[in-house]
Write a protein that binds this ligand. Structure first.
Ligand SMILES: *[C@@H]1O[C@H](CO)[C@@H](O)[C@H](O)[C@H]1NC(C)=O
Ligand SMILES: *[C@@H]1O[C@H](CO)[C@@H](O)[C@H](O)[C@H]1NC(C)=O
Ligand SMILES: *[C@@H]1O[C@H](CO)[C@@H](O)[C@H](O)[C@H]1NC(C)=O
Ligand SMILES: *[C@@H]1O[C@H](CO)[C@@H](O)[C@H](O)[C@H]1NC(C)=O
Length: 365
């Protein structure tokens, strides 16, 4: 089913409908490239290159609705948010993983070069988030990988042209969930919720400053969705309702990120940003799945046991027949249909969901 921005917004809240209708159209060709950083919400195959990583999805039933039913490493039945955003932004396809470009050694002097995806499933803002061993690429390392790309761009374009190139490119970042899962479930942390959110925000600031130093100026950020409502987390609630404490962390994080972006933009006057409120966007769909064409907003399509969430999606997992009926593909991740809905909202949604401008306005800014 095709989800249009217009029907989504109309059915959702009726906010800003006129603005939306006028804004529908394709992104301007002024944006040279898209760089994606983050976790499994936007990973397009990074972890396939990490030997021993357990955060992988390069096996069926993942990818069952991807062209050729290919399991590409995306944590989805098909395309994910990074793919749909790339399309919306006018690219033919999602930028490839950094590792697929020979760790940045592939020729970038190539008209088909439209950016890089550094996102790694299981990674976080904090280096300590991940599966303990070095089998995810934390955000700090993703930023380092970008510096490789940035140096190479400078070496063949010249410093000034490369700087202009990066300053006009869009940097999409979707991260933070894994830090919260880790904080909540690993009882080793002695910090309070408030201290944890402050630490997370302060560390995010460092990464963003490093991106600014490398020349990034346009940031399209998605904050954290109501992760307590993931099928896997509902299992920790006796009534199978959402795990409210995790949702509270996600709720607390959004205003802190917003504050941070305003602060950074007061230091870097040419910086532009757009922040998607992943919590609001998603909780609406969870609370009213039918309005968006879903039959099930609580359980996973692929998995095992209660809510199909007691085991990950593997070749032997139980698979729902109609993927589009489900909001959740597996115990943590959205289906392709839910990812498209999220991407459309980030790209052209109203300020209630994405502010102060949406990703389309960011690309054109
Ligand atoms: C790229 O980096 C990965 C992980 O660090 C390493 O395993 C791989 O050998 C590198 N590949 C190339 C082409 O340098
Ligand atoms: C250009 O880069 C793309 C990947 O970004 C690659 O698939 C293609 O083969 C490259 N073309 C040339 C001529 O190097
Ligand atoms: C954390 O504590 C809960 C109960 O308080 C327990 O069920 C869980 O196994 C503990 N987790 C770890 C990683 O120790
Ligand atoms: C479990 O879900 C119910 C709603 O079904 C909610 O009221 C309750 O606070 C949740 N419990 C926890 C521990 O999050």
């Amino acid at each position: 089913m095709e989800i249009t921005t217009r029907s989504f917004v109309l059915s959702l809240a009726g906010i800003g409908v006129m603005v939306m209708v006028m804004m529908i159209g394709s992104a301007e060709a002024t944006m040279p490239a898209v760089f994606v950083l983050g976790d499994s919400t936007v990973d397009v195959g990074t972890n396939n290159f990490l030997t021993g990583s357990v955060d992988r999805a390069d096996f069926p039933h993942n990818g069952i609705d991807f062209p050729g039913s290919k399991a590409t490493g995306r944590f989805s039945n098909g395309h994910n948010i990074a793919d749909f955003l790339a399309k919306q932004l006018g690219l033919e396809m999602s930028p490839p993983p950094f590792f697929a470009l020979g760790n940045g050694t592939a020729p970038l002097k190539n008209s088909s070069f439209k950016g890089v995806n550094f996102a790694s499933g299981g990674s976080g803002i904090l280096d300590t988030t991940g599966d303990g061993v070095k089998t995810v690429v934390p955000l700090s390392e993703q930023v380092q990988q970008l510096s490789t790309i940035s140096s190479r761009l400078a070496s063949f374009k010249g410093a000034e042209t490369a700087a202009e190139y990066l300053a006009t490119s869009v940097f999409i970042i979707s991260i933070g969930s894994n830090d919260m899962f880790h904080y909540y479930h690993d009882n080793s942390s002695s910090s309070s919720k408030e201290q944890f959110i402050s630490q997370l925000t302060a560390t995010y600031q460092q990464h963003l400053k490093n991106l600014l130093k490398l020349g990034a100026r346009k940031f399209g950020i998605a904050t954290v969705a109501p992760i307590g409502c993931c099928p896997s987390q509902r299992l920790f609630n006796r009534t199978l309702g959402c795990l409210e404490e995790l949702n509270d962390l996600a709720l607390a994080f959004h205003p802190r990120v917003t504050q941070l972006m305003y602060k950074l933009s007061s230091e870097y006057h040419d910086m532009k940003f757009s922040i998607g409120n992943a919590f609001l966007m998603t909780i609406n769909v969870i609370n009213h799945p039918n309005r968006f064409g879903f039959k099930d907003g609580g359980g996973a399509c692929c998995g095992q046991g209660a809510l199909n969430a007691q085991a990950p999606c593997t070749p032997t997992a139980s698979l729902c027949p109609i993927r589009d009926d489900y909001l959740f593909w597996d115990l943590f991740h959205p289906t392709q249909k839910a990812a498209q809905l999220a991407a459309v909202t980030l790209y052209s949604g109203p300020p209630f969901f994405v502010a102060p401008i949406n990703f389309k306005q960011l690309a054109e800014a």
